[in-house]
Design a binder for this molecule. Sequence first.
Ligand code: COA
Length: 330
Amino acid sequence: MTYFSKLIGTGSAFPEKIMTNAEFEAFVETSDEWIRTRTGIQTRRIANLQKGESTSTIAIAASRKALEMAGISADKLDLIVVGTVTADSVMPTTGNLVQAALGATRAFSFDLQAACSGFLYGLSIADQFIRTGAVETALVIGAETLSTLVNWQDRGTCVLFGDAAGAAIITRTTDPKHSILGTRLYSDGTKGDILKIPHGGSKIPHYLPEYQHKNHTIHMQGQEVFKLAVRSMIDSSLALLSEHDLTPSDVDFFLFHQANVRILEMCMKSLGVPREKTWINLDKYGNTSAATLPVCLDEAMRQGAIETGNKVLLTTFGGGVTWASGLIQI
Ligand code: COA
């Protein structure tokens, strides 16, 4: 028997606090006008740690909504994968925190770090487990509280990011027409310096004299990332489509990683994607890293922009650097 993975539920969740562009003007030299015109971002959500909001709390909330849409209980889950670079803790993993909160007693769970590519990496891994028959149903989450990794004195990065979680549930099917058609994952560690968090890992932990808190934040060469993100998302999308003998005109809907509206526009122009065939929400949420794609997927599904039978292409680029594309027929 040949197995495939079918998408049966999605969900998303956010911290309560909405932070506007104007709020940054109080502590860095910037303006609402600069942020809007150079990035397309207007607001973002910021977790309130004092109120108990964290990566796991929004991941759990998003997962509950995905379970509800799928119409299954948590004890049907065999696998939970969380793409995140902002896990609540190293141990237990955020996957285990989600598993415990949902009561997903049968599931094994883990976190994976692929920066903004975390959701598509997770979806691809879960899809492989389902295709081999080892797993029947998987919950894949992209969840981040990047506000905890931002240098609030660096105007070049602090205005870009936000906090969010998105979740998707996939399950075994024998029908290849409504399934994940394929995924392609890529990494290039030689370019790791263009988007990195230098301190705070095991090489320079917080107790060494070299440790500096400002280096335990996102360091980015914006223009280099911009150029590579555009090229990588276009090339990996075309490579995946050509593997399936498809061209962009065969795709019903495109979901791009939400980093900068100018990046989206360049990808759309190059691939010939009209505005009505894509979802843009970075004006509301900013760049939420691994959460951008599952949140877009959830919003587009719930608002009827994506329908049964549609071919949906997802593509992303992330720090370190990583990138990926995925093709799903709903
Ligand atoms: N407000 C006002 N000015 C700002 C600013 C801000 N928030 N951030 C940067 N600037 C300034 C710079 O200091 C620079 O000033 P200078 O000319 O006096 O040196 C000027 O704006 C231009 O900076 P530059 O970096 O060339 O701007 P840009 O047009 O490339 O936009 C980014 C910067 C970060 C918005 C853009 O490069 C980008 O989006 N990069 C990709 C980000 C990304 O995708 N990251 C995540 C990938 S997963």
